[in-house]
Design a protein around this ligand. Structure first.
Ligand code: AMP
Ligand code: GLY
Length: 424
């Protein structure tokens, strides 16, 4: 089989490594891929959002299966285009990807179908938003979210109403997040441990993967700016078996049925961002794809064959395949360019990759080949993942390996998994 992976981050590298384990895969391609994926894939210089070029490439090369990983091409309808051209693909169609593409859509879906989430109001009119924030009905603290995709940055936690007024002004009047912020969601602030659960679903069944915990802030102790994710651990110790059963009953299956009832059957990987509050689990966000860096701890623990699961998901036969995980734990430490997520330099040579690779999996995110060297080429550069029987050992091994890798201005958090070990 010839398989094409669309995307080029750590998540896509983790997917590529897993798919490469399937013996029926004779050739893997990535568009655009990255410096590390070139070990498993032939990287082709096509952007993930260049839909016409991707479809044309898939046709020319007679690709048997395409995995579309990032949110942008999914929300733009790449899977629809591929299927129209007769090319099987993994990922939701555009009408289902809206569950991530529009927060107004997903909040209204949850309200309509009684799926627990933070209480909220949506606004496309600035004056109405201001009136609401100034009213007694508005809670404090509160959270202001841009409706559309904003690279995980369109969410502002506002301790006071004044902060919320500024956030709404920036989003709606000054296009801080471009068109994404022309509509906003204003919602109640939730407290509790956060859990990420990725789940395969084909519209008939939901098969959750091992739970995980992201670390979104740039600096230790959850300080600094929000990033795409500085590290992850799996499983998440807060997510007990009872909680998993409750989430299946109250959130996962109701979401699948809701999307079916709306004529938007979701086939792919559905990401549930959950907050385990005193009132029970609530949805913070849905993503229409594998999370990053969650995927970099989840897939290394997957014992079943990923390509088989993905094909079954796309075909609607997911109930026939097993999705089995290792009993152990995993930790991924992200190595970023100093200054990320704001301003950083690229092009620095990276050393120690082979040494780190002896005891850990090194997933490339922002890297590029330059002659015989691998150099930095983005904010998040690498994800170093170790697996072990216990979380404590996985964390120690991941840091041991991460410390073998050097590049100018290397930045990593030193406390990935520390909260999980404390059970928070
Ligand atoms: P999102 O992009 O929706 O995942 O939001 C980014 C982060 O903001 C989440 O991972 C949470 O840590 C935080 N967040 C989002 N919504 C809420 C909320 N209603 N209450 C508290 N924190 C939130
Ligand atoms: N790690 C969060 C996300 O992928 O959106």
């Amino acid at each position: 089989m010839k398989v094409l992976i669309v995307g080029g981050g750590g998540r896509e590298h983790a997917i590529a490594m897993k798919i490469a384990e399937n013996p029926s895969v004779e050739k893997l391609y990535a568009a655009p891929g990255n410096g590390g994926m070139a070990d498993q894939c032939e990287c082709v210089n096509i952007k993930a959002t260049d839909m016409e070029a991707i479809v044309a490439f898939a046709r020319e090369q007679a690709i048997d299966f395409v995995v579309v990983a990032p949110d942008d091409p999914l929300c733009m309808g790449l899977v629809d285009l591929l299927k129209e051209s007769g090319i099987p693909a993994f990922g939701p169609e555009k009408k289902a990807a809206i569950i991530e593409g529009s927060k107004v859509f997903s909040k209204n879906l949850m309200k309509k179908y009684g799926i627990p989430t933070a209480s909220y109001e949506t606004f496309s009119d600035y004056d109405a938003a201001v009136r609401y924030i100034n009213s007694d009905a508005c809670p404090e603290p509160l959270v202001v979210k841009a409706d559309g995709l904003a690279l995980g940055k369109g969410v502002l936690i506002c301790p006071t109403r004044a902060d919320a007024l500024k956030a709404v002004d920036d989003m709606m009047n000054h296009a801080q997040f471009g068109k994404s912020g022309s509509s906003v969601v204003i919602e109640e602030f939730l407290e509790g441990p956060e859990v990420s659960v990725l789940a395969f679903t084909d519209g008939n069944v939901v098969k959750p993967m091992v739970s995980s915990m992201d670390h979104k802030r740039a600096l230790d102790g959850d300080q600094g700016l929000n990033t795409g994710g500085m590290g992850t651990i799996a499983p998440n110790p807060c997510y007990t078996r009872e909680m998993a059963e409750r989430c299946m009953r109250e959130i996962f299956l109701p979401t699948m049925h809701a999307m079916n009832a709306e004529g938007r059957t979701f086939r792919g990987c559905l990401y549930f961002g959950l907050m385990l509050t005193g009132d029970g689990p609530k949805v913070i966000e849905y993503n229409c794809r594998f999370g990053d860096p969650e995927t970099q701890v989840v897939l290394p623990l997957l014992k079943s064959d990923l390509l088989t699961i993905m094909q079954a998901t796309a075909n609607g036969t997911l109930s026939d395949v097993d999705v089995v995980f290792d009993e152990g734990a995993a930790c991924c430490v992200v190595l970023a360019s100093g200054g990320y997520p704001v301003k950083y330099q690229s092009g620095y040579p990276i050393s120690g990759l082979a040494e780190a690779g002896e005891t850990a999996q090194v997933f490339h995110a922002g890297t590029r080949r330059q002659g015989d060297d691998i150099v930095t080429a983005g904010g998040r550069v690498l994800g170093v993942t170790a697996t072990a029987p216990t979380l404590r050992e996985a964390i120690d091994r991941a840091y041991e390996a991460a410390d073998r890798i050097q590049f100018t201005d290397r930045h990593m958090r030193r406390d990935i998994g520390a909260r999980a070990l404390r059970g928070l």
